[in-house]
Design a protein. Structure first.
Length: 562
């Protein structure tokens, strides 16, 4: 256990040691963050140093501030940083450039479950940046997608000022209705909904609950507003969310790559409190792993009760796992296990290695204005079980890709994961050309499709190539078994894919409502923006791929009935 006699800086390093040696239960990302800190302390020729005095100063300031809610506020107690919070604060403020003496970290990404005290911590950091950072005309901006969320950090900061005489008199901070100001330095701390004006010169930008943002507009504006400052801080503090196409999820992937050493960014600090892949989320250990403030601001009794409710009610499981275990579930009641799906990703997969294996192609072509998916599934038998190797393609009109709210589509198109169709409509001729190439290059066992938008295209392909066609009506009778079997194969590690982000997004958007007395599963989405076309294309292919061994010799036009 971390001893009381240590300085804050010493406590931060001891926390890292205890995480690294397993004394403190933590997930992979926290273990990597701890290892990064410890390795940097001993790294020869490293251009940064860990300054105990600077780290201690920030923590000392924060612990002079009062609680603003709950029993601690009622007893007029001051903030007491936990070891994990000391590690965060000391890391952000304690690492300095050896050459300039300026802070190393310009950005901090902190992902932690609800009720672990992230908003008061962000408020305290904002106040420190306002008055104790030696920044003339400091501009601290707390931004969020809604007024309510923007005030979740700013309001505690205001209450801290109002309750602390020294902040008002000695440091000269004045609390106004919608701003905190320092007359002596011209500094300000304000909440912003949406994004600050382009003229802002931000010294500290706090992006609260970033997972709620559909676009990176706020984040980008905060970041670009800092270019005139010598040592700005962009603090992103959030829980996980329900949209893996969001800029927050993109930032988390970047942070994870930094922790893994796959990407070098010495100015990004990150901690991600969640559970390890494969951890049973129904256990008490999972609660301790993901919630660093468990037993302090997070009630173990309440969390255990909520966990049991989520175990009993599948509809609550997604919300519980996202908000209390920081797992990105996308749909609040996502049908497929995204952790297991992610484990099946292998970017080295090549179709050239599967030419001798049965190939099933699934299609879900949406209206001319929407996302369309074509998914190829190769089938192999190993250890008496079928394994499925998935290669997707997705199409979308360029006009849709270019809309401001579709930044995720723009990113995927730039990266080559989304095929743009010129203009405002799906290019059926392009889809037909690509499918013809597939059929000519491989022995396609069946082309499985939804008749609604594919009927003419598939007939043209049949006349030109003779490919076997299988119409898959979009009703539970034809999709329930493929959906359940695909889910089982994912859990069993028998689904292998390239890690295509568009297909992963579609899979994460799939929810299911029980249809009829037979409890058939059926793919649905919670809102129109949550596209599932790629997932449905995969299910169409699975309709036939599940019978790989028995249908390999069939040909002609037909409809598989289960």
């Amino acid at each position: 256990m971390i001893t009381e006699c240590l300085s804050y800086a010493g406590a931060a390093t001891q926390y890292a040691v205890e995480v690294a040696n397993g004394t403190i239960l933590a997930c992979k990302w926290i273990r990597l963050a701890a290892a990064r800190h410890l390795e940097n302390l001993e790294r020869p020729g490293f251009p940064y140093r860990f300054d105990d005095a600077t780290a201690n100063k920030a923590c000392e300031f924060i612990e002079l501030l009062p609680h603003t809610k709950g029993r601690w506020a009622a007893r007029r107690e001051k903030l007491k940083l936990g070891p994990w919070q000391i590690f965060i604060v000391c890391s952000i403020f304690g690492w300095l450039s050896k050459e300039t003496g300026l802070r190393r970290y310009r950005e901090a990404y902190i992902c932690v479950p609800r009720k672990n005290g992230k908003s008061p911590l962000a408020a305290a950091i904002g106040l420190y940046m306002l008055r104790c950072d030696n920044e003339a005309g400091a501009e601290v901006v707390c931004g969020a997608t809604s007024e309510k969320q923007a005030f979740e950090v700013w309001r505690p900061a205001k209450i801290m000022v109002e309750k602390t005489l020294d902040l008002r008199k000695v440091l000269g901070i004045k609390a106004n209705a919608r701003s905190l100001t320092v007359e002596a330095t011209g500094g300000s701390f304000i909440p912003v909904i949406g994004k600050p004006g382009d003229g802002a010169s931000i010294s500290c930008g706090i992006c609260d609950e970033f997972h709620e943002a559909d676009t990176a507009e706020l984040y980008d504006t905060l970041r670009t507003g800092m270019v005139g400052r010598e040592q700005p801080l962009l603090l992103v503090i959030t829980t996980a969310g329900f949209n893996t196409a969001s800029p927050c999820h993109d930032l988390q992937i970047t942070a994870q790559r930094v922790l893994e050493g796959a990407l070098i960014d010495e100015q990004l600090f990150t901690v991600i409190y969640t559970i390890d892949a494969g951890t049973d989320w129904t256990t008490v250990a999972a609660l301790w792993m993901a919630n660093p403030n468990l037993g302090v601001s997070v009630s173990l009794e309440t969390l255990l009760h909520d966990q049991q409710q989520a175990i009993k009610n599948a509809g609550k499981a997604g919300v519980f796992r996202t908000k209390h275990l920081c797992e990105w579930m996308t749909a609040s009641a996502a049908y497929f296990n995204l952790v297991k799906w992610a484990a099946g990703a292998d970017a080295t997969l090549s179709e050239e290695d599967f030419k001798a294996d049965p190939l099933y192609i699934g299609m879900d072509l949406a209206s001319v204005l929407d996302l369309s998916g074509v998914v190829k599934v190769y089938v192999r038998s190993a250890d008496g079980k079928l394994h499925f190797y998935v290669f997707p393609r997705h199409y979308l009109p360029q006009d849709r890709i270019s809309l401001p709210q579709n930044q995720h589509y723009q990113k995927w198109a730039d990266e080559g994961f989304l095929i743009p169709c010129e203009g405002s409509a799906l290019d059926y001729a392009l889809v037909r050309t690509d499918l013809t190439a597939d059929i000519e290059a491989h022995s396609v066992t069946a082309l499985c499709y939804d008749k609604r938008y594919c009927d003419q295209l598939t007939q043209e392909l049949y006349l030109a190539t003779g490919v076997t066609l299988v119409e898959v009506p979009q009703i539970p009778q034809y999709l329930s078994l493929p959906m359940k079997s695909l889910d089982a194969a994912i859990l069993d590690g028998r689904v292998h894919h390239t890690g295509d982000p568009v297909l992963t997004w579609c899979m994460s958007n799939v929810v299911s409502k029980v249809r009829g007395q037979s409890e058939n599963a059926f793919p649905e989405k919670q809102k129109p923006a949550n596209k599932i076309d790629g997932a449905v294309a995969l299910l169409n292919a699975m309709n036939r791929a599940l019978t790989a061994e028995s249908t390999a010799s069939q040909s002609g036009i037909g409809c598989f009935s289960m």
